[in-house]
Ligand binder design. Structure first.
Ligand code: PLP
Length: 495
């Protein structure tokens, strides 16, 4: 068929070669937008009736998709219908009240609405002047969090430090490692291949990965104590040995609330080693950081006023949708010295005068979303009071579960549980290896039974070579009836 012979089709570029593609009309957008919000509200209403974990097999979802991308526009109703037909079967429901796996990733109505507005504004906050509101709301709300979470005053943007939203704790840790590498290179004049990073054997994999990406020559895994917290004496020995071998100790990563068991490293004692050897000290409080909104958890912050950087994830436990990771530094110049770029097309009077924050120099990517909007809306919608209530509710339920486990001779708790994660296993009949293996099999079977039940989902894991089960109580819809259901399933599976 010759061009021009065929019927014009909306959106067909050959029909309107020099015009922009047709958007929905504002009226259509309003109508479909309402339908999408209705769909989400219905989803939240019915999520509890769905099996928590998706049961599709690899390739099942792709098999439902056409082989080629659409050449012609489709009605929006088809897109919406495919949410139920294609997507929902392949969703593992993190918003289900029976979600006890990994750590939570809570979604919430104000956060979803803010993210929608952010998408609608469609801006890229690469410099202050590219959209001043993006930077200023972010700086301001992160300064609020310093007060709200009892963090050191000098981490505010109005002092020497400052907060910035990164996409993930992994990104934040990576940035901390890059700043540490830069500082060590300035100080020692040595190549990154000679630098050493230290973290506990229980630290999140992102510390190890970030050190590799940042070009550290060596990463040392420091032994932990019986509470799974880093041993500062072992750290000191490792750093001293490396220093006397001519290497450049440059970074130590502590954790407040490890992924494995929520162990808390002794930040103050680690800071003493970091101070002695000029290490950049970064604290990863990805999950547990949200608990600091309640003063009763702040004993776990002991020593953070001495560290160089700190991260926690409002996208885990604070009802802010992924992605929203709050990263603080005590000296913002350490970030900007390591990460500043200044091509001519980004120059502008305010940046040149140095009287604005340009967050592009606090992160790896240039472009950035308006993430602060959802954090701002969540804080305003629930108030600090609402978030404290959520944290205390989860912690109380986790402690109740721990009591049930402790009172039942079939189980044993394997680690302290200062927040809302409880780790346990089936108790071995005696101290022999054979009994330990049988207990491991029983533990794995309990995890498989719960995860196959459709009513709850938890994480089977390993600690010191033995099978354990992690139960993270942190979904915002979880209440006592869901904990009772979980306990019933655990108890029946272990019978
Ligand atoms: N650090 C800790 C202690 C974590 O528990 C996690 C994830 O659970 C991470 C880092 C990684 O977080 P993100 O997915 O934001 O990179």
């Amino acid at each position: 068929m010759e061009r021009g012979d065929h019927e014009a089709h909306p959106g067909d570029p050959s029909a309107t070669l020099t015009s922009p593609p047709q958007h929905m009309t504002p009226e259509q957008f309003r109508e479909h937008g309402r339908a999408v919000i209705d769909w989400i509200a219905d989803y939240w209403e019915r999520v509890e009736t769905l099996p928590v974990a998706s049961t599709v097999q690899p390739g099942d979802i792709r098999a439902l998709l056409p082989d080629t991308a659409p050449e012609h526009p489709e009605p929006f109703e088809n897109l919406l219908a495919d949410l139920d037909r294609v997507i929902v079967p392949g969703v593992t429901h993190w918003q289900h009240p029976g979600w006890f796996a990994y750590f939570p990733a809570n979604s919430s109505p104000p956060s979803v609405l803010a993210d929608t507005v952010s998408a609608g504004l469609g801006l890229i906050g690469l410099l202050w002047s590219a959209s001043p509101a993006v930077t200023e709301v972010e700086s301001h709300v992160l300064d609020w969090l310093v007060e709200l979470m009892g963090l050191p005053q000098h981490w505010k943007t109005t002092a020497s430090g400052g907060g910035v939203l990164q996409g993930s704790a992994s990104d934040a840790t990576h940035v901390a490692l890059v700043a540490a590498r830069h500082r060590a290179a300035q100080r020692s004049g040595r190549h990154a291949a000679h630098t050493v990073a230290y973290t506990s054997a229980q630290a999140h994999s992102s510390v190890y990965k970030g050190a590799g990406v940042a070009g550290f020559g060596h990463v040392r895994s420091i032994e932990t104590d019986e509470r799974h917290a880093m041993r500062p004496d072992m750290l000191r020995d490792a750093v001293a040995a490396d220093a006397s071998a001519g290497l450049v100790p440059a970074f130590v990563g502590s954790t407040i609330g490890t992924t494995g068991t929520t162990a808390v490293d002794p930040v103050r004692a680690i800071a003493a080693v970091a101070g002695q050897y000029s290490l950049w000290h970064h604290v990863d409080a990805a999950y547990a950081g949200t608990a600091m909104i309640c003063p009763e958890f702040r004993e776990h912050l002991d020593g953070v006023e001495l560290v160089d950087s700190y991260v926690f994830n409002p996208h885990k436990w604070m009802m802010v949708n992924f992605d929203c990771s709050a990263f603080y530094v005590s000296e913002r110049s350490a970030l900007t010295e390591a990460l500043s770029i200044d091509p001519p097309y980004l120059r502008n009077a305010h940046s040149d005068a140095g009287n604005v924050i340009d967050y592009r120099n606090w992160q790896v990517p240039l472009g950035r979303r308006f993430r602060a909007l959802k954090l701002w809306w969540v804080l305003r919608s629930y108030g600090a009071q609402g978030i404290r209530q959520l944290v205390r509710h989860h912690v109380a339920m986790a402690q109740e579960l721990a009591e049930r486990l402790r009172d039942d001779p079939r189980f044993e708790i394997v680690a302290p549980h200062p927040f809302s994660l409880v780790c346990f296993r089936c108790r071995a009949a005696d101290a022999t290896d054979e009994a330990a293996r049988a207990a491991d099999r029983a533990t794995d079977a309990v995890a498989a039974a719960v995860n196959g039940s459709g009513t709850a989902y938890l994480t089977p894991s390993q600690l010191d070579g033995r099978s354990i089960i992690r139960v993270a109580v942190g979904q915002s819809r979880t209440d006592r009836e869901h904990l009772d259901q979980l306990w019933k399933t655990i108890s029946e599976a272990a019978a």
